[in-house]
Design a binder for this molecule. Structure first.
Ligand code: OAD
Length: 245
């Protein structure tokens, strides 16, 4: 059986493709108030503003390509059972060839009908792909309700978290790439890794990490992933990477 790797990614993995992160200087949340454009309350107050925000994300995504980090993550599939668990709403992991991708916070290229406050009642069969098209107020789903972005807004539950926890808890290695680990429950996912499971985090920023299991590779996603690939080529036995007791 192949060793399994859970790869937890955030906006930093797509930064070198030209998509901005959220919380770095000049990031999206410097220019937009997340409570206005990405929360359930914001949607209830002003759905047009929210639709326009995600229309903008969709059209940016159309013009960018996966980078070497996305491709390196996909290449690990040749030898390992790789599950990508991403907070990103872009489709760059899929476009780089990753076959198992869980989007914890939804997907910007998909929409679904609105089901009223908190939207707990949607089913996967109602979600559909709109690619890079724009969505306007008044655009309706087949059931007659307004289309909304297939995004987990702030204030909503994260339906895929249970599946993600299961994957991380069984993984032989956990790789974290480009996330500030500030948004829960995604930020605490790595804690479900086994005590002897090696955990690497690739991020150029200084991070305050209290978990002794984590090895911080302080680099951009592309060069950091290159290091991981080289390391795995030399040493396939994951127990070598197990955290010191
Ligand atoms: P953040 O913007 O919070 O964090 C981005 C991380 O990427 C930071 O730690 C940066 O240091 C790092 N970074 C920047 N450039 C990088 C590079 N070239 N290579 C590697 N890392 C780099 O983004 P997330 O942690 O993904 O949710 O944000 C989590 C969630 O907050 C998002 O999914 C989104 C946002 O609000 C929703 O909208 C629901």
């Amino acid at each position: 059986m192949k060793n399994s790797i859970a790869v937890l990614t955030g906006a930093g993995v797509s930064a070198e493709s030209g998509l901005g992160t959220y919380r770095d200087n000049g990031g999206l949340w410097d220019n937009y108030d997340p409570m206005e454009v990405a929360s359930i309350e914001g949607w209830m107050r002003n759905p047009e503003l929210v639709l326009n925000f995600y229309n903008m994300q969709r059209s940016k995504l159309k013009d960018v390509k996966p980078n070497a980090a996305h491709r390196a993550i996909a290449s690990l599939q040749d030898k390992y059972d790789v599950s990508v668990i991403t907070q990103n709403v872009d489709n760059l992991h899929e476009r780089a060839g990753s076959s198992k991708v869980i989007h914890l916070h939804g997907e910007v290229t998909k929409v679904r009908p609105e089901h009223g406050r908190y939207d707990r009642d949607y089913s996967e069969s109602e979600v559909f792909d709109i690619g890079y098209d724009q969505v306007c107020l008044g655009d309706k789903a087949p059931n007659g309700s307004q289309l909304r972005p297939h995004i987990v807004f702030f204030g909503e539950a994260v339906p895929k978290i249970e599946r993600a926890i299961e994957i991380v808890s069984k993984a032989d290695m956990v790789l974290i790439v480009g996330t500030s680990l500030q948004v829960y429950p995604a930020a605490s996912l790595y804690r479900y890794a086994g005590n002897d499971t090696p955990i690497f985090i690739i991020d150029p920023a200084e991070l305050k990490l209290s978990d002794r299991r984590i090895v911080h590779i302080r680099e951009n996603a592309t060069s950091g992933m290159q290091k991981i690939v080289e390391m795995l080529e030399k040493e396939e036995n994951f127990t070598t990477f197990a955290p010191a007791k």
